[in-house]
Design a protein around this ligand. Structure first.
Ligand SMILES: Cc1cc2nc3c(=O)[nH]c(=O)nc-3n(C[C@H](O)[C@H](O)[C@H](O)COP(=O)(O)O)c2cc1C
Length: 374
């Protein structure tokens, strides 16, 4: 299972785990995989705390940080970074706010008290992503930076590479992957449509080899739908240097998934997800619910572009924690189709070991059958 990227990062298994939970990052990295902490949702100060904790809990293992600097977003390059939040807030039409409120009211979710309201801006702009990157680069154990939703700016690429770390980005099409390659990135995470979170339209089985061939010899990590050792064999057989997983870690013991959300995820089938713009403004795979259905209808407002839609959806997103009983049908549950195989809670370390065990069994079986037929 060892590939070049394992040697470059000093890890045993080329199994990358994207997660928002530091405990999952630590468990995966300490088990020989590579944990990647999603920085979105943390302020730079909060991220610093998480990374200090990780440095302490990953004594002998490296880990990565994922930031989100979209290639395209509303107001990009035009807004004043200092007044960004206020300017973006003023761009949200009242109609959208009213429609969102109506859906929440129908589900018994009251308005958030003024002093607890959040703008929902998230770290989805260059101005908010860069301070997160600066925090990550202060930590030696952070050996890899990944960027979602576009090619990172050239100064970001230069800064990360000059620090001796690898920088890569997610791609959901050959076009995006070639753009990343031209910009000089060190690796590409190639995500098929079945993956959780922001995702393109082409399935992994078609997209992985297409991108691997197009960007050769750049290392590609195969993402979207990986949850078994068999799928890792398939990814490596196609020429990927590893797998990049996300959904798999939502239901592990170490994840800070709220009990109601965990129940929905464990009960979900592979057919229960949808690609929807209704929370983030860009196509994102998640569990279907009343909120995704309401924004998908022809007679309702179209979701706003990123980052404005999250400013409309923030109360729905937050409702999962504040109103676990009522929020089932409006809460944001990003996950991929492989959620259908998550039927029980396991320890992250056991997930890694089970993946590796199945990988070895399958490779042995294939080697055995090759002997028989030759
Ligand atoms: C809950 C969730 C949130 C995600 N958020 C991000 C993110 O902030 N940045 C990012 O690069 N990828 C994000 N992703 C995508 C993952 O990095 C990964 O590419 C994807 O989960 C792989 O497909 P899988 O879900 O089938 O394993 C997210 C995925 C999930 C499930």
């Amino acid at each position: 299972m060892r590939t070049d990227i394992c040697d470059r990062l000093g890890i045993e298994f080329p199994i990358f785990a994207f997660t928002h939970c530091r405990d999952v990052v630590a468990a995966v990295s300490n088990a020989g995989g590579f944990g990647v902490l999603g920085a979105i949702g943390f302020s730079p100060e909060e991220l610093e705390i998480e990374l200090n904790w990780l440095d302490e809990h990953c004594p002998d293992a490296p880990y990565g940080v994922d930031i989100v600097i979209p290639g395209k977003y509303e107001g990009m390059g035009e807004l004043d970074p200092v007044k960004l939040e206020a300017q973006l807030t003023s761009m949200v039409p009242d109609d959208h706010r009213r429609f969102a409120r109506r859906i929440l009211e129908e589900h018994g979710i009251p308005e958030t008290p003024k002093d607890q309201q959040r703008s929902g801006m998230m770290g989805w702009t260059e101005a908010t992503g860069k301070p997160l990157l600066a925090a990550a680069l202060r930590h030696d154990k952070v050996r890899l930076i990944a960027n979602a939703l576009g090619t990172p700016p050239s100064d970001v690429i230069a800064e990360v590479q000059a620090s001796g770390r690898l920088i890569g980005a997610l791609a959901g099409s050959v076009k995006h992957a070639l753009h990343h390659k031209e910009a000089g990135l060190d690796f590409i995470v190639c995500q098929g449509t079945e993956g959780g979170g922001h995702t393109g339209e082409i399935g992994s089985l078609v997209l992985w080899p297409e991108v691997i061939d197009a960007v050769h010899p750049l290392p590609v990590l195969a993402a979207g739908g990986v949850g078994t050792g068999r799928q890792i064999v398939a990814a490596l057989a196609m020429g990927a240097q590893g797998v990049w997983t996300g959904t798999l870690w939502l239901t592990v013991e170490e994840a800070e998934t709220a009990p109601g959300q965990l129940k929905s995820l464990l009960e979900a089938k592979s057919s229960d997800t949808i690609r929807s713009k209704s929370y983030t403004g860009k196509p994102c795979r998640m569990l279907k619910n009343d909120w995704t259905e309401a924004w998908g209808r022809d007679d309702t407002p179209d979701p706003l572009p990123m980052p404005l839609q999250m400013m409309v959806a923030i109360d729905a997103v937050g409702s999962g924690h504040r109103y676990p009983a009522q929020s089932k049908d409006v809460a944001f549950n990003p996950c991929g189709q492989i959620i259908g195989r998550a039927t029980r809670v396991r320890k992250a370390r056991d997930v890694i070991y089970e993946l590796v065990e199945e990988y070895v069994e399958v490779v042995d079986r294939l080697a055995e059958s090759a002997k028989v037929t030759t």
